[in-house]
Design a protein around this ligand. Sequence first.
Ligand code: C5P
Length: 230
Amino acid sequence: TSPLVIAIDGPSGSGKSSVSKAVARSLGLSYLDTGAMYRAATWWCLHSGIELTDATAVADAVRAMPLVMGVDPAAPTVTVGGTDIGEAIRETSISASVSAVATNLDVRAELGRLQRAAIEEAGHADSFSQGRGIVAEGRDITTVVAPDADVRVLLTASEEARLARRSLEVHGDADAASVEATRDQVLRRDADDSTVVQFHVAADGVVTVDSSDLDFDQTVQAVLDVVAAR
Ligand code: C5P
């Protein structure tokens, strides 16, 4: 049997990461968080003292980044030169700067190349998934990185639902003040990202799963149903 490639895109707060991990676990597949790779690139540039406005320096730094992505969906890891940066890349300073790095087209070319290599690797018998395949999630996986994936899903949710989820994640609360604090950050990042990647409308052949009125388990099931129906 040939490896299964599942591509999942969506805006921030759509639940992409948790849903993708659960789908990968349930099917015994590898899991690749491509947003974590853009976050790692941002961490690496800041850590190396590079001005994010210097596009050439940023691209050079990212090409030299010793990044290793751990693809076990039960415990995904991100290491750069042996340093575990899984937590550091979730800090607000990274979230606030990541779009500046992700809109660099040379960075996108380099990370896209690494992402295709990881997808290819998951088809090998000696890989984590033993050749069963991978769930790769991000903003441009269904369209640019793996347009010929076996299953392509756009995971969406209403703005209200996305803000409430992110607020819970970041502030541990979804009261009015916390949602308001999240709003600017989330919407600005999506707006900045939208200048180079399109992830609000499903491309041809991509199945939309709207999770606004679904709980977590129902959303995972909806994606598994798309996989089963392929
Ligand atoms: O998914 P997450 O919110 O962690 O992604 C962080 C950032 O990485 C996004 O805001 C976007 O700038 C970038 N990204 C991207 N293309 C992807 C995945 C993420 O540009 N495929």
